[in-house]
Design a protein around this ligand. Structure first.
Ligand code: FES
Length: 117
């Protein structure tokens, strides 16, 4: 099997409710990770793109935190609509979704569109 073209890492770290750092799980990241996986299937990208659960990515105040490799593009993802936009624009078309970028992580304007097969 060829290697995955892109990996999407979604922080699902959970902390106690009284932890001042907060956590991505409390902001719905497990649901968003599951939705990334369902979008991979919907777009016929199983075996090409992988959506992985991740531990804390050290951007807790901006979460839910997501990073896409190999480009190393960091996103704040707040909704299922955001997931769909990242899947359809970044993953398939090679367009960085500027409005969802984390502010301390500049990203390339253009990346490679997906090559399947
Ligand atoms: S808890 Fe998600 S980035 Fe730290």
């Amino acid at each position: 099997m060829p290697p995955f073209t892109r990996h999407i890492f979604v922080c699902i770290n959970q902390r106690p409710a009284d932890d001042p750092r907060g956590c991505c799980a409390a902001r719905g990241s497990e649901r968003l990770h599951a939705f990334f996986k369902s979008e991979v299937k919907r777009l016929g990208l199983k075996g090409v793109i992988r959506a992985n659960k991740a531990g804390c990515l050290d951007h807790c105040d901006m979460g839910p935190s997501v990073v896409v490799y190999p480009e190393g593009v960091w996103y704040w993802v707040g909704s299922e609509a955001d997931v769909t936009e990242i899947m359809e624009r970044h993953i398939v078309k090679g367009e960085v979704v500027q409005r969802l970028l984390m502010p301390d992580h500049p990203a390339p304007q253009k990346i490679e569109p997906l090559k399947k097969g």
